[in-house]
Design a protein around this ligand. Structure first.
Ligand code: ADP
Ligand code: MG
Length: 672
């Protein structure tokens, strides 16, 4: 055993020296913090001294005995070892003392301090070998160093993935570009974005054409073309042309700030597994400490008093100390939050923003996915197909519709405005009232105009004429008279069908579509996409009722997700176990209310998000089982005296390193 330790020390010295040499030589951009470098130096020095002391011939010290004072050699030897012990362990000892003073006794520093001081004391008492106590501390510190390096590495990876924060915005002043803090740019200012720069603020392109790299936001690797007149969101990288952008939001309200906010706050929402682990550690550590105490005291007492054997204190105290070293819960305490963090990072790289670890956990248990139709499964971009039964010119009817709809952000409204095609003179419209799930009432050029579905007509007491076309029908009443209907139709998103199939493949039992649109359209879309259940002609409040019914109908741990664009469905988003919103098209209210945001509105990403969450939770459970399993086995072996402290520390550090490496796997997401 001694040989193994000596060889391990030798390896540590060589490895640490090599790494340090490269760092000092500037050949290795290690990305280490100063603290990590200092720790590496301490490890090197301490391991070297320990190695040196191991090789010093024993006679050297025995010759000193009596030279100065009786057994001087023994004390000098002890002093050298102690010095080495402090070099490697002073911060642990200090932390342990500080925690005790603060009343938080039981943590890993305490465990390590007690174990190593105990081993030291035993060695002094028996005038034995100090190697063990110091080596345990040394290997523990190596484990800690490795862990801190790995954690720092993965955090940096994530922030690189999320490297979308713009540092400045270019504002043109007197023909010269000036770099200003994006925070200082007011709404409506014109900013210039040059090739290679990040778009700092949301806006509309006024001049120029370019292609944008949106991969940091959406995970989409194909560049997106933009021209004058197009909306542009912050966080993309401008690749080819110079763009002039008139800002439509302040920096703080822009997409990029919102995303960064979400990601930064994500880790503060703890999952149940994380809660479990911190509660577990609070109970576990004291239990282990008291068990160790019992292991140290009870067997010797029993031997002495009941069996009449020698107490053999040393053996049992040693076993108790080993027990303490093994029990250190750091593998769990570190790896679980790290797994969630990496999972959230991996998902955001794919354009899926998960607002907290708890949501990642819920996502992994989703068995029912409920969709909104318009804007979620369909593009929400309607084309006018026909105008029927009109008592006025069709173009005039569309003009009335577009004007009445001028204030709404509903996809139908936007489409009618597009069909009208001319600038809308808002002065012609007044008294706008939007009845969600039904339509719009407004006064246009002094005439009452109603645009909406049959519910709206019923409400107004206007007789309407049914349409034999399959499509979304906008009935119009002008001046209280039925004026005909506009047939518009929407197309399903290219990925919707595959998205439903992928969900099924990912183990989702039931897919449901809820819509306020007519039954005919709804049934057609559902059949085309392979959706299990459809409920149509629902008002927003009916959608909430339906979701509650579905929530009531499912079993035990299975969770329900609602996916919507937030137009008329923000209440449902918050009512479901987990709300998923479309980020690019969805309303701000939806992005607020949702727990998961799909940046590029692609329904395929839902299946992907579920897969990521399952993988992440799988890794979390693997780590819990591995860490607790290995520790339990070692603890039992120790109680029977099979292991020793070296094995204990190797088990502890080894499990921790494996758990951290495993956690980092959450960062990497397979392409669908
Ligand atoms: P979905 O559930 O498909 O997202 P909504 O609940 O937003 O649909 O709307 C349901 C129906 O109400 C629409 O199909 C349309 O007939 C009518 N409607 C809602 N808003 C408007 C509007 N602004 N203009 C005209 N019709 C509307
Ligand atoms: Mg909708």
């Amino acid at each position: 055993m001694q040989d193994i330790i000596v060889n391990a020390l030798l390896a540590v010295v060589v490895a640490a020296a090599a790494v340090l040499r490269f760092i000092i030589g500037g050949k290795l951009d290690s990305g280490m913090t100063k603290k990590q470098k200092v720790m590496l130096i301490r490890i090197l020095i301490s391991a070297a001294i320990l190695l040196g002391l191991q090789f010093l011939p024993a006679e050297l010290f025995s010759r000193l005995d009596g030279a100065l004072f009786p057994s001087a050699g023994r004390w000098i030897r002890l002093a050298l070892y102690l010095a080495d012990y402090f070099i490697i362990g002073y911060d642990i000892l200090r932390k342990a003392v500080r925690n005790i003073l603060n009343g938080q006794v039981f943590d890993e520093c305490f465990l390590m301090a007690v174990a190593t001081i105990g081993a030291m004391a035993l060695a002094i008492y028996e005038n034995g070998d100090y190697l063990e106590a110091i080596a345990v501390m040394l290997f523990y510190q190596i484990g800690e160093w490795f862990q801190s390096y790995a954690v720092g590495r993965s955090r940096r990876n994530i922030s690189e993935l999320m490297d979308i924060r713009p540092d400045y915005a270019n504002v043109e002043r007197d023909g010269r570009l000036e770099q200003v803090d994006p925070d200082e740019v007011e709404i409506g200012s014109v900013i210039v974005v040059q090739p290679g720069e990040k778009v700092p603020i949301d806006g509309v392109v006024t001049e120029g054409a370019s292609s944008l790299n949106t991969s940091a936001l959406t995970g989409e690797s194909l560049p997106r073309e933009v021209n004058a007149g197009d909306e542009i969101i912050s966080g993309c990288i401008n690749m080819t042309g110079v763009l002039k952008i008139r800002t439509t939001r302040e920096f703080g309200e822009s997409t990029v700030s919102k995303i960064l906010d979400l990601v930064e706050n994500a880790s503060s929402r703890k999952s149940r597994s994380e809660d479990f682990i911190s509660k577990f550690a609070k109970i576990y550590t004291p239990v282990v400490c008291y068990s160790a105490l019992a292991l140290a005291v009870l067997p010797p007492l029993v031997r002495m008093l009941a069996l009449g054997l020698p107490a053999d204190w040393g053996t049992w105290i040693y076993r108790a100390l080993t027990f303490l070293v093994i029990s250190c819960p750091c593998a769990l305490v570190i790896s679980i939050p790290l797994s969630f963090f990496a999972g959230i990072g991996g998902a955001s790289h794919e354009g899926v923003l998960v607002k907290g670890s708890n949501f990642l956990e819920i996502l992994s248990q989703v068995k029912t996915v409920v969709f909104d139709k318009t804007g979620t499964l369909t593009q929400g971009v309607f084309e006018v197909e026909a105008v029927h039964h009109n008592n006025m010119d069709g173009a005039k009817l569309i003009e009335y519709a577009a004007l009445a709809e001028s204030a709404s952000s509903h996809p139908i409204s936007k489409s009618l405005q597009r069909a009208y095609g001319k600038e809308i003179d808002r002065a012609r419209v007044s008294d706008i009232q939007e009845i969600s799930g039904s339509g719009i009432l407004a006064r246009v050029d002094g005439v009452e105009v109603a645009a909406g579905n049959d519910k709206l007509m019923k409400r107004l007491g206007v007789a309407w004429i049914d349409c034999h076309h399959t499509g979304t029908i906008i009935h119009m009443a002008v001046g209280g008279e039925y004026a005909g209907h506009i047939v518009i139709s929407d197309i399903v998103k290219p990925n919707s069908r595959r998205a439903i199939a992928e969900l099924k493949a990912a183990g989702v039992d039931k897919t449901v579509m809820l819509t306020g649109d007519a039954k005919k359209v709804a049934d057609q879309v559902a059949a085309a996409l392979g959706i299990d259940e459809v409920y149509s002609e629902l008002l927003p409040a009916d959608k909430v009722d339906k979701v509650e019914e579905l929530l009531g109908g499912k079993s035990g741990k299975a969770k329900l997700a609602f996916v919507g664009d937030g137009i008329n469905d923000a209440p449902v988003l918050s009512r479901a176990d987990i709300g998923v919103a479309m980020g690019a098209m969805g309303s701000d209210a939806a992005i607020e209310a949702a727990d998961v945001v799909l940046m590029d509105d692609d329904p395929m990403k839902i299946a992907k998000a579920i897969k990521i969450s399952r993988k992440c939770l799988g890794i979390v459970y693997q780590n819990i089982v591995m860490a607790i399993g290995v520790k339990a086995a070692c603890l039992i072996l120790t109680a029977f005296g099979v292991t020793n402290m070296y094995l204990a520390i190797f088990a502890d550090v080894g499990v921790m390193i494996l758990a951290v490496l495993n956690a980092i796997r959450c960062l990497f997401v397979k392409k669908l």
